[in-house]
Design a protein around this ligand. Structure first.
Ligand code: HEC
Ligand SMILES: [Cu+2]
Length: 350
């Protein structure tokens, strides 16, 4: 038997857990603090449906309490049977019509928002990016710009960016909660959506469809910069010449090792569309290593030596010659020096 103290303690623990867990949301990874058009439109619907549900809950509770109090068995009236309202047409009509009205209140704005978010009218003049989902990383091809990049998606603040999405393997789902709703990324049948961010910053993206052992590590970032910085970034990326990168002596050695150890078989540096692995053109500017680790040289060396320990089941593991720590370190030095632009996640704030 749990006494009232026990019950109280359980309730207290439960409230504590709720309080602590509610702190788990990250500000740049929550649909509840919308920073973009799609997220705002979802938030409006979340508020609307919550208000409707709360309204229904309160009315039902009110009726419930009234019935409990008024029709409870009273002393001396044990045999009293209240008036029976079974088959009352008026009542039945009312409680059929009210839910229909409530559903309409929810359905009309929901359907309107769905059509609005699927609108592709501006796509011919707007920025178009081909998004490719891969186990367990994201590739971005800026159409018409000759720019290929991975993991960090740069977009200008306040502009609609049209995404055309396909997967190279299994079904993934593209989700940047702060900016927009999610969209499945299929191996066939291109899905399209647009995103529009209101505020500069770095927003977290997630794969939202179970796609393999490292699914939960399939993170990416959306880097929202001012329109001027965006143009600057595009120009910097277009002007990259992998052969002309300024590198120090160690990085030069790293570059040679990178070329000797079949890294180039999967990774492109520059605008070539090779896509077995992430494009590394601006790797030194990245907000992460492999989408999830802090962008430090140590983390990068660990990744190069043993990617399996970081992302189980990834497609790099075991597909290149063994490296000594010294070699991995030199390659890491080279990759960290690939910094073609002044416009970076750091310059975009947080
Ligand atoms: C068989 C293809 C293949 C080869 C060969 C290969 N990689 Fe990779 N690499 C990948 C894939 C796939 C990923 C993405 C893994 C993931 O995140 O799931 C990756 C990820 C990376 C990343 C992280 C990229 C990012 O955007 O954060 C780095 C750095 C990297 N590889 C370096 C190397 C180096 C250095 C070599 C050579 C020693 C190499 N790779 C050889 C396929 C390959
Ligand atoms: Cu995925």
């Amino acid at each position: 038997m749990i006494g009232w103290m026990g019950k109280f303690r359980a309730l207290f623990l439960l409230s504590l857990v709720a309080l602590v867990l509610s702190g788990c949301g990250k500000e740049n990874l929550t649909a509840l603090v919308p920073k973009g058009y799609g997220a705002e439109s979802s938030m409006d619907l979340i508020i609307l449906t919550t208000v409707v549900m709360l309204f229904v809950f309160l009315i039902v509770m009110l009726v419930y309490v009234i019935v409990l109090v008024r029709f409870r068995k009273k002393k001396g009236q044990e045999d009293f049977i209240p008036k029976q309202v079974e088959g009352n047409k008026t009542l039945e009509t009312i409680w059929t019509i009210i839910p229909i009205l409530l559903l309409l209140v929810i359905a009309v704005p929901t359907v309107a928002a769905t059509f609005d978010l699927a609108d592709q009218n501006g796509s011919s003049e707007g920025i178009n990016i081909q998004v490719t989902g891969n186990q367990y990383w994201w590739h971005f091809n800026y159409m018409g710009e000759e720019i290929q990049t991975s993991q960090d998606l740069y977009i200008p603040e306040g502009e609609r960016v049209y995404l055309n999405m396909l997967s190279s393997d299994v079904i993934h789902s593209f989700w940047v909660p702060s900016i927009s709703g999610k969209m499945d990324v299929n191996p066939e049948n291109e899905n399209r959506m647009y995103i529009e961010a209101y505020e500069e910053g770095v927003y977290w993206g997630k794969c939202a469809e179970l796609c393999g052992p490292s699914h939960s590590l399939m993170d990416f970032k959306v880097v929202v910069v001012s329109p001027e910085e965006y143009d600057q970034w595009i120009e910097d990326m277009q002007n990259v010449d992998p052969e002309e990168e300024p590198l120090d002596a160690v990085a030069q050695e790293g570059k040679a090792l990178f070329e000797e150890n079949s890294c180039m078989g999967c990774h492109a540096i520059g605008s070539s569309p090779a896509q077995v692995g992430p494009n590394l053109t601006n790797f030194g500017d990245r907000s992460t290593v492999a989408g999830i680790l802090e962008p430090t040289k140590d983390n990068l060396t660990t990744w190069i030596m043993d990617p399996e320990s970081i992302k189980p089941g990834n497609k790099m593991t075991g597909n290149y010659p063994d490296l000594t720590e010294e070699e991995a370190d030199k390659i890491a030095e080279y990759l960290m020096q690939l910094q073609p632009s002044e416009v970076t996640p750091d310059s975009a704030g947080n």
